[in-house]
Design a protein around this ligand. Structure first.
Ligand code: ADP
Ligand code: ZN
Length: 616
């Protein structure tokens, strides 16, 4: 068999995606690899395909039991011999798995890193040949990353104990150089092929909203995504519970997920979500690593996360099967303070760090938070900013983000910009700093208690911008932040200060050209724009019929629906309307094994539908 035929036969795909073929080629020729690909790009295929072709088994090191189980379920369902070893298995199941491995019945063995150095596991490696060790979520090796996991450091030790060194293949979605260096060094990769694929996820629509009332904004998002599956990320356990209760009271079926819940409730809620029994889950960032659910259609961040890395990873759980999906961040300046507090009080498991290292990490965290704040303040193309952050060039207009979709008009904002900047300067002259709200209050000549207590009504800039709307004023302040004329302090109060770049504007050497949202654009019109997702032109009635078949089969097999076939696969069926086995095998995501198992049930529906509603 060739990599191509494995891909077709087991996974049902015709073509490799960006980077997959090169990584697989290197593995098959015996070389190490380091694959850096964004969530949803298709990392697993890069080790699952060669695992079927190499002589000897592949060990996949994976951080979470749920992740392993999900992958093993999906692999078995596609006819690939896979198993996992973890602490939740009872003794009997554990030994049965070991036996199956010894008897050559397993090609892919998933294990937590802490398993590797146990006696049972080491003795196993004496009796079976290990062709490859694949390290999933390899950034867990790095203390600089967000998910440091000491157990991952044992992988190198394990490799040293093996009679023959296998190919080592590491994969992560984290692209920063220091994390990459750590992975290479701590795993002892030998001259690896290092491959970074494009970070763009074109099917994801990026939106930032700065609503006065977040919950109302959330309801609008749920309305335009009615009937679809989504995750709502919240900054704390408290907010997670609060939003979940509110939604339930408002008639939505939602469950919650955070580390403070009992293990039983967590598992039950996660399962209900994976199996489409509920469509909404509110969660802290504890939820998601290893969630492979491919039909998540929207991810809302109820609060700003701590970094672009975290944001891209969490939001990236939407649209994994390539279907159009929405990622919306609901921002308020309060989120800066909360995040800054979390950074400064983070006494995490990073106790291996010296005080100096810890200070350095904290400093880095604040810088990452800054970049996140700039994203939230952006009025230019969001995708362009994201890709730029991850070191990629891209057009300045993507056509599929909140900024690109907004109806705007070009405005010369040099004068208001100068007034804003000089107001910050005047406040600074008094040895003070203020945040966006106070700044706008001053410029609009407001009469608040705090303003008067601070004596700001005597500033020369007091009331200078009373003639423009509050929304427009805040918008321009946002732009000045996102373009680097102003910087928000992430210490405690999100106060603003000038950068050196501001001088050119203040001196009139530089103009500020911006696009302002059209004043007369009604909320309803904007909603229509956002609800209008790129249409793949599927016959909705047929799609629903196929979904019902999928649900039945999933219940019969005790697996989540997306394991049977992804939404993208059902959509392909709607478009191509296969009528026999050969045509069915040409559908993306239908391999031989799944054809035999599920194909006929879908063909029946497709044939009947063709009778009553023929194409052309
Ligand atoms: P990652 O681990 O990088 O987040 P996955 O390996 O889970 O991504 O893959 C994401 C989705 O893309 C899965 O549904 C997978 O089946 C699909 N996929 C992977 N490779 C291909 C391919 N060559 N063609 C079509 N779909 C693919
Ligand atoms: Zn854009």
């Amino acid at each position: 068999m060739t990599p191509q035929s494995v891909l077709k036969e087991y996974f049902g795909y015709d073509r490799f995606r960006d980077g997959q073929e090169a990584l697989i080629g290197q593995i098959l020729s015996g070389g190490d690899v380091l694959g850096i690909m964004p969530t949803g790009a298709g990392k697993s295929v890069c080790y699952q395909v060669p695992a079927m072709l190499l002589t000897g088994i592949t060990i996949v090191v994976s951080p979470l039991i749920s992740l392993m189980q999900d992958q093993v379920t999906a692999l078995k369902d596609a006819g690939l011999p896979a198993a996992c070893l973890h602490s939740n298995l009872d003794q009997q199941a554990y030994f049965e798995t070991l036996d199956a491995v010894r008897n050559g019945e397993i090609r892919l063995l998933y294990a937590a890193p802490e398993r590797l150095l146990t006696d049972a596991f080491l003795s196993l490696t004496e009796s079976v040949a290990i062709a490859m060790v694949a390290v999933d979520e390899a950034h867990c090796l790095s203390q600089w990353g967000q998910d440091f996991r000491p157990g991952y450091l044992q992988i190198a030790e394990f490799l040293n104990l093996l009679p023959r060194r296998p190919v080592v293949a590491a994969f992560t979605a984290t692209a920063t150089q220091s994390v990459r260096d750590d992975i290479r060094m701590l795993l002892g990769l030998k001259d690896p092929l290092e491959l970074v694929t494009g970070f763009d996820r074109r099917n994801l629509r990026w939106i930032v909203e700065r609503p006065a009332k977040k919950y109302d904004a959330l309801l609008r998002i749920l309305k335009r995504n009615k009937g679809k599956s989504g995750i709502i990320y919240c900054i704390s356990r408290r907010v997670t519970e609060e939003i979940c209760s509110k939604l339930c009271a408002d008639g939505f079926r939602a469950v919650r997920y955070h580390a403070g819940l009992s293990a039983a409730e967590r598992t039950a809620n996660q399962e209900a979500f994976l199996r489409d029994e509920v469509q909404i889950i509110t969660a802290t960032n504890a939820f998601g690593m290893g969630i492979d659910k491919s039909n998540v259609s929207f991810v809302v961040h109820y609060n700003m996360p701590k970094s672009m890395e975290a944001y891209y990873q969490e939001a990236g759980r939407a649209g994994r099967d390539g279907s159009p999906a929405e990622c919306t961040l609901l921002y308020s300046p309060q989120d800066i303070r909360t995040n800054a507090f979390l950074i400064d009080n983070n006494e995490s498991e990073n106790d291996r760090l010296t005080p100096e290292q810890r200070t350095a990490v904290r400093q880095k965290d604040h810088e990452r938070l800054q970049a996140m704040v700039r994203y939230c303040s952006l009025t230019d193309c969001l995708r362009h900013y994201i890709l730029g952050y991850f070191g990629e060039q891209s057009p300045t207009h993507c056509g599929n983000c909140g900024s690109c979709l907004a109806e705007t008009e070009p405005v010369d904002a040099t004068v208001p910009a100068q007034k804003i900047l000089s107001c910050v300067f005047r406040v600074g002259q008094r040895g003070r700093r203020c945040g966006t709200k106070m700044l706008c209050d001053i410029l609009q000549g407001k009469d608040t208690k705090q303003l008067k207590e601070a004596g700001y009504q005597t500033l020369s800039t007091y009331g200078l911008l009373g003639d423009i709307s509050r929304i427009q004023l805040e918008h321009i302040v946002s732009i000045l932040i996102s373009r680097g004329y102003l910087v928000t302090d992430t210490g405690q109060y999100a106060t603003l200060s000038l950068t050196t770049k501001a001088n050119a504007v203040l001196r009139g050497q530089e103009t500020v050209q911006i696009a302002l949202p059209k004043r007369d654009l009604k909320q309803t019109k904007r909603e229509q724009q956002l609800a209008n997702m790129p249409d793949y032109g599927v016959d909705e009635e047929l799609f629903q019929k196929l979904r019902r078949v999928r649900e039945k089969l999933a219940a019969r097999e005790f697996v989540p629906a997306y394991i049977v076939f992804s939404d993208a696969t059902l959509r392909d069926m709607c478009n191509k309307r296969p009528q026999d086995e050969d045509e069915m095998l040409a559908i993306s995501g239908v391999g031989k094994y799944k054809m035999d198992k599920y194909g006929e049930a879908f063909l029946e529906v497709l044939r009947a539908y063709q009778e009553v509603s023929p194409t052309d």
